[in-house]
Each structure stands twice: as structure tokens, then as C-alpha cells.
Design a protein around this ligand. Structure first.
Ligand code: AMP
Ligand code: TRP
Length: 340
């Protein structure tokens, strides 16, 4: 279906708080790996998405730099990928408006992320929170991105992005926007809370013990894993045996994703053992992978001016791709462009 479109990868992360192990395994780690494929990679700190719920301005600036530092600490190279913050490229907001006229209100009300974030008092949610998926479609389609690496929780938003592209192409009788493929891969596409195996690990969870932050030091990581909720049974020899044990399944998936193994390979080694043996081994792997990332993040954060320079440079490169696509979209719609 995307025969006419050059492969291009786009993804984004919100600067709405410190990033977690879930962001790393579900997204950042994949972002760095995809640089090696030879396909153009564009990565964005989506600050316009973050402000759909109130953000304290100085904190937003700090968290935007921290997210950029996390991308780089996880291996995203700003020379090989385009790395920038969304609000510096005005095409995102403009395209989002055009897509607000394509997407239907009913599509928006169906989004589980909207329902979760708006909560009971959804009439009082910002209009931006409801329209959020149209902005996300704009992020992706303004670059004619053909593939988007994300965690499992973003699947529904990517389906909506495909719906926007399909409807636009149909309404205007063109084959202009690609039908983007989601890339939801690996053993940890949905990392769960360390306190509750039915809840996603999230930077917005009130309990810090529920997550591993990218900035946690070795002691904090080991302690959180030691205290993670589990059960008293020994580990089985394969994942089939963990169907009704969400907390155990989560820890095995995390181990597998960190050590680049399959969950069954991990279980083959730990079969018959309890969490008294498994947790210290998991803590070792987690510290080995995460501690160097935390260290690199601290190094990047020591020079905020340099981060801002990198983001500005990335925004210039992003703008050069986005603006011509936005202009062609306006032409298709019938909007006059006659400025010199
Ligand atoms: P967000 O922090 O909501 O902006 O998410 C940024 C990226 O991280 C998206 O691709 C998410 O799907 C991914 N992500 C967030 N939380 C998790 C999690 N607990 N497990 C796996 N991926 C996640
Ligand atoms: N909605 C995504 C999240 O909450 C963040 C995001 C915004 C995104 N725009 C995107 C992800 C474009 C991938 C592509 O995690």
C-alpha cells in the first residue's frame, strides 16, 4: 500500500515527567536500534501533547531537555536521526488543525487514553486532550512516515492515524498520505507497574515504587525490584505457565527485554526457582543496562544550552521535510498560498 512512499520512521515521547523503564523498553531502545536499519529516523519530544494537561512552565522546559537527554543516553544520535521538540516546527500544529476537519468527534471519544486521562469529569478535560490523536496523526503524516515504533498502549492512536490518512485520501481523491505501519515489537511492549501487574508502568503513577525511572541509581533499581509484588510459586519452564500470574510474567518479560532473550529462554534457566533467586538476577541485569544510561543522562543534563542547540538544529532539519508536505496538503484542500 505504501509503494510510492520512501520508508521513514517517526516516533515521539511526551515530556510530561521523568521517563521510565517502560519508555526505554517499549520505545527508546527500539528507536536506537532502528537507526541501524538505514531507514531515515525522526524522533520528537512532543511538548504540544504534554500541555493537553497542565504543566508548570519551568518544569516543562526541564522535562523537555530531560527527555532529549534520555533519547541520546539510550543511543539516539542527533547526527544520524532528526531529534527535536515538536513546538519548534509549526507544521505540526497547522497539520493538526487540518486533521481536526478530517477526523470525526466519535473517533476521539472512543480513545481509551482519553477516557483514562479525562477520568470521570470528562466535560472538564481540555479540548486539546480530546483532539490529541489528530495532533499525533499530524506528527506522523507531516513527515509521510511509513512506520512508527511505539509501545502497545499507542496501538489505538495509530489505527486512528491510518483512518485519518485513508479518509483524507478518499475525500480529496488522492493517494497522498501513507497508511502507516505500527512497529510494536519485543518482549516488553507493555511493561507493567511493579506494584500492580494489571496497571501499565507509568511516569504519572503516584507511587514511585511502581516504576524504575531512567534516572534511578543502582541502589534504587535493586530496591524497587526486591520490593516488586510477586507470588510465592516457583517459576515454570515456559511462559504458558504464567498465564494467571501477571506480576511474575511482567518481571520475566522485563528480564528478557533487558538481556535480549526470549521470555522462554529466561525461564529455561530459572525453572523451578523462586523469586528469592530471580529478583537479584533481574536486579543485576537491570543495573547493568540502566546505570550507564542514567550516567549519560546526567552528563547531557549538565549542559542544557547544548541540548537546546541540538533540538534547534533538529527542528531546522525537521522543518525542511515537514513544510513542503504541509504546503502540498494545503494545495490539495484548496487553501491559497500566495505569499512571496
Ligand atoms: P509516553 O510516555 O506516554 O509519551 O510514551 C512514550 C512511548 O513509550 C510510547 O511509545 C509508549 O507506547 C511507550 N511506553 C510508555 N509506557 C510504556 C510501558 N509501560 N511499556 C511499554 N511501552 C511504554
Ligand atoms: N501519544 C504518544 C504517547 O502518549 C506520544 C506521541 C505523540 C507519539 N505523537 C506521536 C508517538 C507520534 C508516536 C508517533 O506515548
Amino acid at each position: 500500500m505504501n509503494k510510492t512512499h520512501t520508508p521513514r520512521i517517526f516516533s515521539g515521547i511526551q515530556p510530561s515527567g521523568g521517563l521510565t523503564l517502560g519508555n526505554y523498553l517499549g520505545a527508546l531502545k527500539r528507536f536506537a536500534a532502528l537507526q541501524e536499519t538505514g531507514i531515515e529516523t525522526i524522533y520528537c519530544v512532543v511538548d504540544l501533547h504534554a500541555i493537553t494537561v497542565w504543566q508548570q512552565p519551568e518544569k516543562l522546559r526541564q522535562q523537555t531537555r530531560e527527555a532529549a537527554a534520555a533519547f541520546m543516553a539510550a543511543g539516539v544520535d542527533p547526527a544520524r536521526s532528526v531529534l527535536f521538540n515538536q513546538s519548534q516546527v509549526s507544521a505540526h500544529a497547522e497539520m493538526a488543525w487540518l486533521f481536526n476537519t478530517v477526523a470525526r468527534v466519535g473517533w476521539m471519544y472512543r480513545m481509551t487514553q482519553f477516557k483514562d486521562k479525562a477520568g470521570k469529569n470528562s466535560e472538564n478535560a481540555s479540548l486539546g486532550l480530546l483532539a490529541y490523536p489528530a495532533l499525533m496523526a499530524a506528527d506522523i503524516l507531516t513527515y509521510h512516515a511509513t512506520a512508527v515504533p511505539v509501545g502497545d498502549d499507542q496501538k489505538q492512536h495509530l489505527e486512528l492515524t491510518r483512518d485519518v490518512a485513508t479518509k483524507f485520501n478518499h475525500d480529496y481523491g488522492v493517494e497522498f498520505f501513507p497508511i502507516t505501519e505500527p512497529l510494536i515489537e519485543g518482549a516488553a511492549t507493555r511493561v507493567m507497574s511493579l506494584r500492580d501487574g494489571s496497571k501499565k508502568m507509568s511516569k504519572s503513577d503516584p507511587s514511585d515504587a511502581s516504576r524504575i525511572n531512567l534516572t534511578d541509581d543502582a541502589d534504587a533499581i535493586a530496591q524497587k525490584i526486591r520490593k516488586a509484588r510477586t507470588d510465592a510459586d516457583p517459576l515454570p519452564g515456559s511462559m504458558d505457565g504464567l498465564k494467571d500470574r501477571p506480576e511474575a510474567r511482567n518481571l520475566v518479560n522485563i528480564y528478557a527485554a533487558l538481556s535480549d532473550e526470549t521470555p522462554d529462554q529466561v525461564l529455561a534457566r530459572f525453572e523451578g526457582q523462586g523469586f528469592g533467586a530471580f529478583k537479584p538476577a533481574l536486579a543485576d541485569v537491570a543495573v547493568e543496562v540502566m546505570a550507564p544510561i542514567a550516567k549519560r543522562m546526567t552528563e547531557y543534563m549538565a549542559d542544557p544550552a547544548e541540548i537546546d542547540r541540538i533540538l534547534g538544529n533538529g527542528a531546522d532539519r525537521a522543518d525542511a521535510i515537514a513544510t513542503p508536505i504541509l504546503n502540498r496538503t494545503k494545495d490539495i484542500i484548496g487553501l491559497i498560498r500566495s505569499r512571496g
